[in-house]
Design a protein around this ligand. Structure first.
Ligand code: ADP
Ligand code: TYD
Length: 209
């Protein structure tokens, strides 16, 4: 089988990690062994960077943040994503370059041209074959994040952002959906976990055929 590169995107709390784990199980149940990965933190260097810049108490300069995500991605592309696609594997990443466009571009306010330049440097132009965007109302995402954090699952600096920040990020993702409807598929992430999974499997099957 030809290798494929699939990415999951969404604002924090949209439920994409839950869906990615389920998709992995579903594919393995059908005899496909996908490479499941994430950004930031898909490589050992990436995990060290992630801990350094997402879990620090120090104020992080927006440019340092932009370049840290890029460094994480460059390592991920070079040593995990590209070799896996070349070996014919299905690679599925929880976030990729669209996250930088949405979070550092619309969220932090870096000019689009600068963000695209940094993304181009980090990825060498590698684009996903398919991206699934889990679209959710910002207030609902914030409720889910709060419930998840109460269960002490996880928390990081980006989870402290305001509803306005997440609204800008969400709108930037929806803009990508308008410009690239073939690659970037939007799923309504407000439904039940099971219903959303049915949609995910349907869309993924479309490119695996
Ligand atoms: P993300 O990876 O997008 O930040 P998660 O998958 O961690 O989101 O989900 C955030 C929280 O919402 C978790 O506690 C998860 O169990 C819950 N959750 C996920 N999907 C749904 C859903 N469809 N409906 C209600 N809660 C959900
Ligand atoms: P993490 O806990 O890994 O995220 P998730 O909510 O996806 O499970 O935190 C990653 C955070 O970093 C998340 O808030 C999104 C943000 N991010 C960016 O701002 N830019 C990027 O390029 C990427 C990949 C992530």
């Amino acid at each position: 089988m030809n290798g494929k590169f699939i990415t999951f995107e969404g604002i924090d709390g949209s439920g994409k990690s839950t869906q990615l784990e389920m998709l992995g199980d579903s594919l393995r149940g059908r005899g496909i062994d996908p490479v499941i990965t994430c950004e930031p933190g898909g490589t050992a260097l990436g995990r060290a960077l992630r801990a350094a810049f997402l879990e620090t108490k120090e104020t992080v300069a927006p440019m340092a943040e932009l370049l840290s995500f890029a460094a994480d991605r460059a390592q991920h592309v070079e040593f995990l994503i590209k070799p896996s696609i070349s070996a014919g594997r299905i690679v599925i990443s929880d976030r990729y370059a669209d996250a930088t466009f949405a979070y550092q571009g619309a969220g932090r306010g870096f000019p689009e041209e600068k963000v695209l330049q940094v993304i181009g440097l980090a990825t060498g132009g590698l684009k996903p074959d398919l991206t699934i965007f889990f679209d959710i109302d910002v207030a609902e995402a914030i409720r889910r994040m709060a419930a998840r954090d109460e269960a002490k699952a996880k928390r990081n600096r980006m989870d402290e952002e305001t509803a306005e920040f997440y609204t800008r990020v969400r709108n930037a993702y929806l803009g990508i959906a308008e410009r690239e409807p073939e690659r970037f598929k939007v799923i309504d992430a407000s439904g039940s976990i099971e219903d959303i999974q049915v949609e995910v499997v349907k869309i993924v099957d479309g490119i695996l055929r």
